[in-house]
Design a protein around this ligand. Sequence first.
Ligand code: PLP
Length: 233
Amino acid sequence: MEKELLVNLKKVQKNIKKSAEKAGRESEKIKLLAVTKNQNLKDIKKLRRTGFNSFGENRVQELNKKNKKLNDSNLNVNWNFIGHLQTNKVKYLMRMENCKMIQSLDSLRLAKEINKRAKKNKREMKVLVQINIAGDENKFGINPDDAGSFLHKINSFDNLNIKGLMTVLPYLDNSKKIRNYFKEMKDLFDKLSAEVVNLDELSMGMTNDYKIAVEEGATIVRVGRAIFGEREY
Ligand SMILES: *Cc1c(COP(=O)(O)O)cnc(C)c1O
């Protein structure tokens, strides 16, 4: 099992490199986030023990639980929060020094709360603004047409460090459509970066589509199943 996990990790890293080269991009600039939702702790520990230290979770309670157990094993893990965040749960994330970034900033109300709690904890929180690029009713995120004014508004928040954009696509069985949405994200990223605020990170691509995402300009890919295997429920 341990071996398989490492084989999986290497395979994903190799694919990222290949896709980057195909697109003429530097692969060193592309970061891999291992998504641990519904994955067992044993595998997370194994992965961490290899030195890998970039993990993502989408629920606060689950993140707290895993983090405590990892700390008990003397494993300090760097987390990115990637799921829809309720304002009443922001305080828990802000107390976690090792929660390094919130990738799923999707409302002004949430931005205000993160800013307030970050200030209280004397820290700056790195955030990505989640964009609902496909206009999917079932997905969270800012409408791409509103992204400029949204960034303008939160740019003055002292304890927010706006690092970039993130998107989650709906399930699509069509790689051309997937690629088009990623292209739209990259265009939006470049436009906002030039016109509103400098952005470094573009988080897009999961197990099914991270290779396309890398070809189209992702700087962070969020991969769960291709590393850990199918989720356990
Ligand atoms: C679950 C999840 C992922 C990873 O999905 P896989 O299909 O397991 O790679 C990435 N991003 C978000 C926001 C997720 O919720």
